[in-house]
Each structure stands twice: as structure tokens, then as C-alpha cells.
Design a protein around this ligand. Structure first.
Ligand code: UD1
Ligand code: UDP
Length: 380
């Protein structure tokens, strides 16, 4: 059976790495079950070396069969160009199923191109909702879910969200499968490999000593910021950076900066940036570095979807720099707190979370076998 995977943005490389590994394992162990022949399309949405190639190398993702090189344009233009190019690929490859991930413009273009050609769509990370239609991601994921015929849900909340929109197991032509989260599969597998291979922690790295010294004192916080709702709103960006600066006066804050955020800061979108010696702004880091930063930090501050869960996987409290989250079970279980973009609220939330006792052992995201269940489902 031919499966065509469409990816293009950083979190999709990480999720697809886990699923592609599971597909290879499934093919080796499948016995009488159908084998999956995977063709990979990279739309090009993310293209810098440290936003794309580094993940293919570290995570041993197969080279894309098609690289479409589409990026850096408005939502409509980007999605439209992807739609046209993906349609050409689908007409050429004639896959049995198209696999899309998450909620980016790549996801929407892939799902729409396939559905228009009557090719079944499988959606990884189906059913997530922020209920905020101002987020481009919310539009993308709602559309992808309604176009998909196989919906792989990471959480119980996701299954319920789909049911509320009339998408549930038993509906003709639809399979809703609670798989658990493939990001847990990825974290479990690659965190066994990252220790000796994270460049920030290499013996010759100048960061190694700084990070170890920070750990010997109060510890360090790990932060990421990239959501359009934060980067494109000067007031929110300023609030977040003012908060990170204040936290950095207490403990170092390691901030691998998404290129979108770097560009917005360079354009003067945050006056709150100031000059904080302990706010360590880095280029985006590879997955091995990220895993080691997660293992070694004492707090995560982020507006990333993926990082909220990784904080939980590595038993670190998380402050989310947003007003809502799709990963509601983290907030319900007190592992995460929503702090928005107001400096005072963020600093207070950080202090609260540093002291909070959290039960990190709850199996909210499955057992790290989500990819295998997906492969089995797709082949049956
Ligand atoms: C996209 C997704 C978002 C996801 C994020 C993961 C959409 C609408 N948004 O947001 O859901 O959380 O990826 O990181 O699809 N840029 C570079 N180099 C790169 C990539 C981006 O310089 O390799 C800069 C460019 O200026 C680009 C901007 O970042 O225009 C935004 O990139 P884009 O892919 O449009 O959106 P993200 O903010 O990355
Ligand atoms: N990530 C990374 N390097 C970085 C920042 C993030 O490897 O510099 C990883 C992170 O650990 C997680 C994924 O990228 O696995 C999350 O992607 P991102 O925050 O870009 O997107 P989102 O999850 O919000 O869609």
C-alpha cells in the first residue's frame, strides 16, 4: 500500500520521524499484514538548516522524494502554491492514503489537495482545539479534521472535540483512533541517543560550562516564543520579553529563537528586550540539544504546542505564554499554567510553578507506541 506523507514545518519533522520509524518496524514485523510503502513530500515551509535539515540528519528521516521549496509568503499564497504543487505530486504518485500532521499551512494544503482527488486523508494530531479562530492553526486543524477519513487523536479531549463536531467512530467512512501522542514516541526513543550528541553539551562547547554552572546554582529556565499571536502583537511580545528579562535576573533563561521572532525583534517589535546578560538567546537548536535542555532545565516557558508536552514528558513544570491551550489535560493536572503575555502574570506563574508539586507520572499521552498503532491502522 502506498502512503504519501506531507510535511514541511519543524514539529512535523519530529512527529514524522517517529511515525516513519514505526512504519519501518511494522513492515519488518507485519507478517500477513499489508506493508506500507512511504513516499515523503517536503513542502519547504521551513527551510533554514536548523529548522529543517538538522532534524532529517539527527532523526534519520528518509530524504524527501519531493521538495517543493514553498515558503515565506502570506497564508493564502503559501497554501495555494502548495495546493497546486501537491496536486501534481498526487496525480503522479497515485497514493492509497495521504498522511498529514498537526495544524500548519502544509497540513491544510496536503489534506485539501488529497480530498479533492478523492484520496483518503489520515490526520495525525486530530481533534485538538483552542476554540480561537483567530489562530491560523485553528483554521488549519478544523479543516484537516473535516477532510480526513482516519483521525489519529493523541488525547481523550481530542476524541471528545471531534465528537462534538459530528466526527466519531461509527460515522460512515470515518475512523477515529485514540493513539496517544507520537511526540512521546519521539521523546522516548531519541532521548536515549541525545546525551552524547547534543552540541550545546559537547566538551568543547562554551555553553556546557555555563549550563552546568547554572545547574549548580538555582538552575535555568528554557523558553521558546514563536506564535503569530505573540510575535505579531508588539504589546504581547514586549510583555513576554519583559517577563523573560525579569526571570533572567533570578536564573538564566535559555531561549532558542524561532526565526519569525528574531525578525520581529529586529524590526523593533519589542521595547522590553533590554540588556539582560542572563537571557541567553540562541539560534534554533536541533532536537538532541532540545532534549538535553529539557532534561537539565528546571522550568519551561513557551507558546509552543510541542514543548508544553515535552516539559511534561521530562517532568518539568510549564508556564504557557498563551491565553488558551489545546493540551487542556496539562492544565487540569496542574503541570502547566496559562499565563498569557502580561509580564507580571508570567513572572508570578513562574514562581508558582517552580514551587508546585506536580504528579508527572499520569499516562496522559499513551505509552510511546502511537506510531505503531498508526502503522497498523493504516495497513488494515
Ligand atoms: C508555522 C506554523 C505554526 C507552527 C510553527 C512551528 C502555520 C500557519 N504556522 O509557524 O503552526 O507552530 O510553524 O515552528 O503554518 N522563517 C525562516 N526560516 C525558516 C522558517 C521560517 O526565516 O526556516 C521565517 C520566515 O520569515 C517566515 C516566518 O519565519 O516567513 C514564518 O514562517 P511560517 O512557516 O510562515 O510560520 P511559523 O511562524 O514558522
Ligand atoms: N524544537 C527544537 N529546537 C528549537 C525549538 C523547538 O528542536 O529550537 C522542537 C521542540 O522540542 C518540539 C518542536 O520543536 O519537539 C516544537 O516545534 P514548534 O515549537 O516549532 O511548533 P509547535 O509545536 O508549536 O507547532
Amino acid at each position: 500500500m502506498k502512503l504519501l506523507t506531507i510535511i514541511g514545518a519543524r514539529p512535523q519533522f519530529i512527529k514524522a520521524a517517529a511515525v516513519s520509524r514505526a512504519i519501518r518496524q511494522h513492515n519488518e514485523d507485519s507478517g500477513p499484514l499489508t506493508k506500507l510503502d512511504e513516499v515523503v513530500v517536503h513542502t519547504g515551509q521551513h527551510y533554514d538548516r536548523n529548522m529543517s535539515a538538522v532534524f532529517f540528519e539527527e532523526m534519520e528521516i528518509q530524504e524527501p522524494d519531493y521538495s517543493l521549496d514553498i515558503h515565506d509568503s502570506s497564508h493564502g499564497a503559501m497554501t495555494g502554491r502548495m495546493l497546486a504543487k501537491i496536486e501534481e505530486v498526487l496525480l503522479n504518485e497515485k497514493p492509497d492514503t495521504v498522511l498529514v500532521y498537526g495544524d500548519t499551512n502544509t497540513t491544510l494544503a496536503g489534506a485539501l489537495a488529497a480530498a479533492k482527488l478523492h484520496i483518503p486523508v489520515a490526520h495525525v494530531e486530530a481533534g485538538l482545539r483552542s476554540f480561537n479562530r483567530k489562530m491560523p492553526e485553528e483554521i488549519n486543524r478544523v479543516m484537516a479534521d473535516h477532510l480526513a477519513s482516519v483521525l489519529f487523536c493523541p488525547t481523550d479531549a481530542a476524541v471528545k472535540n471531534l465528537a462534538a463536531e459530528g466526527i466519531s467512530q461509527g460515522k460512515p467512512g470515518v475512523a477515529v483512533v485514540r493513539t496517544g501522542d507520537v511526540m512521546l514516541d519521539a521523546a522516548l526513543y531519541y532521548s536515549k541517543k541525545s546525551a552524547g550528541r547534543a552540541s550545546l553539551f559537547a566538551p568543547e562547547s562554551p555553553w556546557r560550562k555555563k549550563l552546568e554552572d547554572a545547574k549548580d546554582r538555582k538552575g535555568f529556565a528554557l523558553a521558546t516564543v514563536h506564535r503569530a499571536e505573540n510575535t505579531d502583537d508588539p504589546e504581547r511580545l514586549e510583555g513576554i520579553f519583559a517577563a523573560l528579562g525579569q526571570i533572567a535576573s533570578d536564573m538564566p533563561v535559555v531561549l532558542p529563537l524561532h526565526p519569525r521572532t528574531r525578525k520581529m525583534l529586529a524590526a523593533g517589535n519589542s521595547k522590553g528586550l533590554g540588556n539582560h546578560t542572563n537571557l541567553w538567546m540562541l539560534e534554533p537548536v536541533g532536537y538532541f540539544d532540545m532534549l538535553e535542555l529539557l532534561k537539565n532545565c528546571c522550568l519551561v516557558l513557551t507558546d509552543s504546542g510541542g514543548l508544553q508536552k515535552e516539559a511534561f514528558f521530562f517532568k518539568k513544570p510549564c508556564v504557557t505564554l498563551r491565553d488558551e491551550t489545546e493540551w487542556v489535560e496539562l492544565v487540569e493536572n496542574r503541570a502547566n499554567v496559562l499565563a498569557g503575555a502580561c509580564a507580571r502574570t508570567i513572572v508570578e506563574a513562574a514562581n508558582t510553578m517552580l514551587k508546585r508539586k506536580v504528579d508527572f507520572d499520569m499516562p496522559l499521552y499513551g505509552s510511546g507506541q502511537a506510531g505503531l498503532l498508526m502503522a497498523k491502522t493504516l495497513s488494515s
